[in-house]
Design a protein around this ligand. Structure first.
Ligand SMILES: [Zn+2]
Length: 140
């Protein structure tokens, strides 16, 4: 989890606000392992489907052919992406303090703890090593 707080963009009922969040990103190695898990899972399911009469003529070759592409897809979508995020913001509708924790890739949605309005939030955080600059000024 990064120690630097990042802005958290929150949308609620056509209103928006900015909160604060701390973000953990997928590393290249973590993304590779995540892809490998999906690869093994799909291969395992394809092999298990051998017992399905008739259907296994489709499921086994499809699983074997698709698994490396799934690995690549998961790796490319996870690499540098947000893994988990803890945030805090004041609801733009009622002003209640919301503490949120999400896993996976943003945007995240939930309901306000007080007014139950739906909100969507995403961290505005550059991935580590991306060396972000605005008008030549280095951020972070
Ligand atoms: Zn609210």
């Amino acid at each position: 989890m990064s120690q630097t707080p990042h802005p958290l963009q929150v949308y609620c009922n056509d209103k928006e606000t900015v909160g604060v969040c701390r973000v953990e990103f997928y590393t290249t190695g973590g993304a590779f392992l995540q892809g490998m898990k999906m690869f093994v899972l799909i291969l395992f399911v394809a092999i298990l489907s051998i017992v399905l009469p008739g259907l296994h003529f489709i499921t086994v070759p499809l699983g074997i052919l698709a698994s490396p592409f799934v690995w690549i897809y998961v790796f490319l979508t996870r690499k540098g992406a947000v893994k988990r995020m803890n945030g805090n913001f004041f609801c733009p509708e009622c002003g209640a303090n919301n503490n949120v924790a999400f896993r996976g890739i943003p945007p995240y949605s939930n309901k306000c703890v007080q007014c139950q309005h739906d909100f969507t939030c995403s961290p505005v955080a550059p991935p580590p090593g991306s060396n972000p600059r605005i008008n030549g000024v280095k951020l972070d």
